[in-house]
Design a protein around this ligand. Structure first.
Ligand code: 13P
Length: 258
């Protein structure tokens, strides 16, 4: 039984003052929910301000991306050294980075290794697009992403990762996967691939989230699935009441099924 992890990916939203206001609004509600790991992932520019607000709480902080080099002539990039004193988690390989900014499994692999070397916990995103889904390629695509992203990692390193299954057709569309469908991809393809690459214990230990149009109304359907250990929430994490409700429901569902 894993501690569920609910992360809010704010994407490219919220200037510093807006971020501070949003955190102030959700902080009391989030802080009082036990038994769930809670992570906020604001944009880089708001990390320092949000860090201060989260210090007296149980809520953790994550970044949305990172480059793998520690420092140097990489204009516009952010390094693991810059993040490690600010936050505990980092989202890597998000489909929007893959889609719009040329992110690849090979680059994600380098970033995962760099994050782990600096004690940052990667949230590694994988997922198929609509055409791939309709062509029956989900297993090949997602399995390939898992293999590519995890290349060269030890079993121990993999056990410390978070993987997020985010089918592209479900992101920001209001058309989430079904709980049963996401559970099958996570159990068979994601844990199945990790089991092939490593061993069964490693496949069972890694925490896997579902992401894509998660909201307070549907989160219970995902959290009641045995293979799903949490959610990576986009749009609904920008609304304080909705995100607190998602975390609260997740805690209740996991508590009831334990
Ligand atoms: P939505 O919850 O807005 O669909 O976004 C999901 C996502 O991409 C989280 O990383």
């Amino acid at each position: 039984m894993h501690t569920p992890l609910i992360a809010g990916n704010w994407k490219m939203n919220k200037a510093i003052e807006e971020a501070v206001n949003l955190v102030r609004e959700m902080r009391p509600g989030l802080n009082e929910v036990p038994g769930v790991d809670k992570v906020l992932c604001p944009p880089f520019t708001a990390l320092a301000a949000v860090k201060e607000l989260l210090e007296p709480t149980t809520i953790k902080l994550g970044a949305q991306n990172m480059y793998w080099e520690e420092k140097g002539a990489y204009t516009g990039e952010i390094s693991p050294l810059m993040l490690k004193d600010l936050c505990q988690y980092v989202i890597l390989g998000h489909s929007e980075q893959r889609q719009y900014f040329g992110e690849t499994d090979d680059r994600v692999n380098k970033k995962i290794k760099a994050a782990l070397a600096h004690s940052l916990i990667p949230i590694v995103c994988v997922g198929e697009n609509l055409a791939q889904n309709e062509a029956g390629q989900t297993e090949a695509v997602v399995g390939g992403q898992v293999r590519g992203c995890l290349a060269g990692l030890s079993a121990e390193q993999v056990r410390g990762l978070i993987i997020a299954y985010e089918p592209l057709w479900a992101i920001g569309t209001g058309r989430p996967a079904t709980g049963v469908g996401a559970n099958a991809v996570i159990g068979q393809t994601i844990r199945g691939t990790i089991g092939d690459l490593y061993d069964k214990a490693t496949a069972q230990t890694v925490r896997v989230q579902y992401g894509g149009s998660v909201n307070p109304k549907n989160v219970a359907e995902f959290m009641s699935q045995v293979e799903i250990d949490g959610a990576l929430v986009g749009g609904a994490s920008l609304k304080a009441a909705d995100f607190v409700e998602i975390v609260r429901i997740s805690a209740q569902v996991k508590e009831a099924s334990s």
